[in-house]
Design a protein around this ligand. Structure first.
Ligand SMILES: [Cu+2]
Length: 55
């Protein structure tokens, strides 16, 4: 499951992952696990990431 590997390892692959940059984006969650990481250097490794389980 690439998204879990990417989340745990702070990988920004696959390249088709959507990037949000406005600072006020609204995101409709999908059912199941929604993973978000910050792609700025060293941010994700410092803990700037979140996972949301939607039912
Ligand atoms: Cu960040």
């Amino acid at each position: 499951m690439w998204w879990l590997v990417g989340y745990v390892g702070c990988s920004t692959t696959p390249r088709n992952a959507k990037v949000y940059t406005s600072g006020k984006d609204q995101i409709r969650l999908v059912k199941g696990l929604n993973s978000f990481i910050c792609s700025l250097p060293s941010h994700c490794g410092a803990g700037m990431k979140i996972q949301i389980s939607a039912s």
